[in-house]
Design a protein around this ligand. Structure first.
Ligand code: SAM
Ligand code: SF4
Length: 506
């Protein structure tokens, strides 16, 4: 206990965020946000249509414009916003959806967030921390049996899962290579969702090769933030959390990911908070958020929070996703398996770029479920060792097949980060719509790998048709967008992958 207290005392480095504050104030001004929402009530339809047009320039919208979108009442105008959201996503990211899986490594936590099953006062939670051997086993399932290439590792905040443990787990994951049907399975990008850290710790994370660093502000509303994060806990410090992306960028981690937990406070306020956060990052570092997440609060064990007061309906959920897409047009947007399959089908076309599948968030759950001989328990969730209930436990194969039927290609591409297409580089490429050119080719190649290594017969059939269509599209863009040489290289890589080579990319 004493060592735990000592550890807690040394986590927060006030000087690392105070230097960004102006006269003791951070960049979220609650009153200003409400004033903008009030001031832009009953917006004129012509103004809304011109804001929609503006968002196709792929720059951040202004807070006034975003507030006006949030105030739209007319269902017809909402349809126009939904339609634009899909078009903007296609303009920047085409028909690709990137997939990943979360890997929960430890549920020990020193905090007491009222809404979370991991909070320290939840005595019914079974506390578990994966050993490195467990991490290896979980990764073998994810990379060797399911076919993921990207993981997001998740940790509670606790001395037993400090940065050294994170580094060890990430290294272990990168080291795993598993024989698959036709090649080798491996994780090529590990993203991290963990508590705010110091610049020094973040540098250590960068050195081990993390992809994106993700911290959700939970709520941008100061008062609500204090209410749901009890005083005396590390998480009670709003600014330490708010400036965690500043520290990550300082530490050289270029891809930073923000998010809000929708359901803690008014959803329109949170969308404004996300926009102000993006504006601040652009202002200070010239880089906006690599991704934005918009998890909705899910049922969890022994929560101490009224989940109904600010519950976000499915209808409002669609609206907030579309407004984020228009307001931060270049960003990646992550829809998680917290949402059930029906909601995912409806929300995905509104601008989503990434989604998880085959998701299990119980500590050690992948090897238990996917590693078992008997697959009958596959959908079972154990609330005593997971943070909340997930809504869509479908297998990656089912999700990919459905996406293909909807016209999306699932991309396992991780090339961008390994070729330095991160940070300002990727921002420029995204805004100029050039990133998509590499991504299209890499999506085809990584989809080929996955089809040959993991797809069921049914999915493979549908996937083959999709690959043909994608190849034909690339060919049709020669010489205007792709050179003849690039197309030939694509054909060559594609053949080599079919013959068992892996990890060929542009
Ligand atoms: N402990 C770290 C932290 O709080 O930043 C890292 C990860 S926490 C396990 C991941 C995220 O899960 C939190 O940031 C929060 O947004 C989300 N979360 C917590 N409780 C939730 C719930 N009941 N439903 C949905 N998401 C939840
Ligand atoms: Fe701990 Fe994170 Fe859960 Fe809060 S949200 S109790 S910090 S795991």
């Amino acid at each position: 206990m004493r060592t735990e207290t000592k550890w807690i005392e040394n986590v927060i480095k006030t000087e690392e965020y105070e230097k960004y504050m102006k006269e003791g104030k951070d960049f979220i001004n609650d009153d200003e946000i409400w004033e903008k929402i009030e001031k832009n009530k009953s917006p004129d339809p012509a103004r809304i249509r011109s804001i929609i047009q503006k968002s196709f320039d792929l720059d951040l919208l202004s807070p006034d414009d975003t507030a006006a979108l949030l105030n739209v009442k007319d269902p017809q105008l909402w349809e126009e916003i939904f339609d634009a959201a899909g078009k903007i996503k296609r303009k920047v990211y085409d028909n690709r959806i990137v997939t990943f899986a979360p890997l929960y490594c430890s549920n020990f936590c020193v905090n007491n967030c009222l809404y979370c099953g991991f909070r320290k006062d939840n005595k019914d939670e079974k506390r578990l921390k994966l050993t490195l051997e467990d991490v290896r086993r979980e990764t073998e399932i994810l990379a060797g049996k399911i076919g993921h290439k990207r993981l997001i590792v998740v940790y509670g905040e606790h001395p037993v899962s400090d940065v050294r443990y994170m580094i060890d787990t990430i290294r272990t994951i990168y080291d795993v290579k598993v024989k698959t049907r036709n090649g080798i399975g491996e994780i090529r990008r590990v993203n991290v969702n963990a508590a705010p850290m110091s610049v020094e710790d973040l540098k250590a994370l960068k050195d081990v090769g993390v992809g994106t660093y993700q911290v959700f502000q939970e709520t941008y509303h100061h008062k609500t933030y204090s209410e749901v994060h009890p005083k005396g806990t590390l998480k009670a410090n709003y600014q330490w959390r708010l400036y965690s992306m500043h520290r990550a960028l300082e530490a050289g981690i270029d891809d930073v990911a923000i998010g809000a937990l929708f359901g803690l406070y008014d959803w329109r306020f949170e969308v404004m908070g996300l926009l102000y956060h993006a504006m601040e990052l652009e202002k200070q570092f010239g880089i906006g958020p690599h991704t934005v997440s918009f998890p909705r609060l899910e049922p969890a064990q022994n929560v101490m929070f009224d989940t109904q007061k600010y519950r976000v309906s499915d209808e409002n959920f669609k609206k907030l996703v579309a407004v984020i897409r228009l307001s931060i047009p270049y960003t990646g947007m992550i829809l998680t398996a917290r949402e059930n399959a029906n909601v995912r089908r409806e929300v995905l076309p509104l601008g989503v770029t990434q989604t998880d599948a085959s998701t299990r968030i119980g500590i050690g759950a992948y090897s238990e479920i996917y590693g078992a001989e008997k697959m009958s328990d596959k959908t079972e969730q154990d609330l005593a060792r997971q943070q909340f209930m997930i809504g869509d436990p479908r297998d990656l194969d089912d999700v990919i097949r459905e996406l293909a039927q909807m016209g999306y290609i699932t991309s396992f591409c991780t090339a961008g980060y390994r070729c330095g297409r991160t940070g300002t580089n990727i921002m420029t490429l995204l805004k100029s719509e050039k990133e998509g050119q590499f991504c299209k080719l890499n999506a085809i190649l990584t989809f080929r790998e996955w089809l040959d290594d993991f797809a069921s017969d049914e999915t493979k059939k549908i996937g083959e048709e999709l690959i043909k269509k994608e190849m034909a599209e690339v060919k049709a863009r020669v010489p205007k967008i792709y050179s003849e040489k690039t197309f030939k290289a694509l054909e060559n890589y594609h053949e080599r992958i079919k013959n068992g080579e892996r990890d060929l990319y542009f």
